[in-house]
Design a protein around this ligand. Sequence first.
Ligand SMILES: NC(=O)c1ccc[n+]([C@@H]2O[C@H](COP(=O)([O-])OP(=O)(O)OC[C@H]3O[C@@H](n4cnc5c(N)ncnc54)[C@H](O)[C@@H]3O)[C@@H](O)[C@H]2O)c1
Length: 301
Amino acid sequence: MAKANIAVVGAGLMGHGIAQVFALAGHDVTITDTFAQSLDTAKARIAANLRELGEDESAVARVTPCAELAAAVREADYVVEAVSEDLALKQKLFAEIERHVRADTILASNTSVIPITAIMGGLKHRERALGTHWWNPPFLVPLVEVIETQWTSPQAVAFTMALHEAAGKKPAHVKKDVPGFIGNRLQHALWREAIALVEQGICDAETVDAVIKASFGRRLAVLGPLENADLVGTDLTLAIHNIVLPAIDSRPGPSPYLQKLVAEGKLGFKSGEGFRKWSAEQQATLRSKVLQHLKAAREDD
Ligand SMILES: NC(=O)c1ccc[n+]([C@@H]2O[C@H](COP(=O)([O-])OP(=O)(O)OC[C@H]3O[C@@H](n4cnc5c(N)ncnc54)[C@H](O)[C@@H]3O)[C@@H](O)[C@H]2O)c1
């Protein structure tokens, strides 16, 4: 992959990590943010991550913070947006970006669940627009979903897949622009049933998590559900589905149990209680456990 000029818009949790991955892959990266503190600390956060991971710290020199959006994107071959999850903000931002870039500059959004069509549908050159859904932290979780819309050109998809592959990511091509793409649809199908089990008094929240972590969660990193279905047999899978699917939650909206938690201010870590109570120490322990696990998995890759 030839060296490219990459612009990252939004220097928050995801944006600075995405900039880090591209800089480490040898690309020149500009990064911009409307919040001065985010922008001013971006290089220091990248340097700290690289140091912590034992990666080449000199890569941070390829990252240039720019306070002005126009200056950040003007020379870009590829722009990726990682600003707050707000449709109107993203629409306005891409309309503005399009005024400053070449007609063939690829434009990508890192939205978690908003259809790319809703964000990019108003652009003049929609064939260069797509989604790239990274996972947190971007430098530790390999997957990037590359989402094609009805207008996206095959060249834009191919370039984006190759760009991420060459940067050490595992890109997955999402051929239809559906809410939640692939990863979040699967993840939240599981969360829906996890919440329903608690709501119906079948077990408590701690037990749901313990069951997953001590059973199929152990295998998931090496055995996907469809590999697993083939392994046990599609006939057995069908027999199981005949019994289980009618019993599991299929309500179309968020669970009333979840809505009640939110209404009561039980927001999880940020309020100290969600499905469970969380002391500051328990929160720090869990965060650290996840990070250590992801680092170890990366070393095994
Ligand atoms: N956090 C995650 O786990 C995760 C995972 C995948 C995708 N995403 C998606 O990535 C995007 C960013 O999420 P995040 O967690 O990094 O959020 P964040 O709040 O950490 O960062 C967002 C940044 O965007 C900046 N910003 C807001 N408006 C801007 C503008 N007009 N121009 C430039 N910068 C602007 C903010 O100042 C902030 O620094 C969201 O769409 C989110 O849904 C998040």
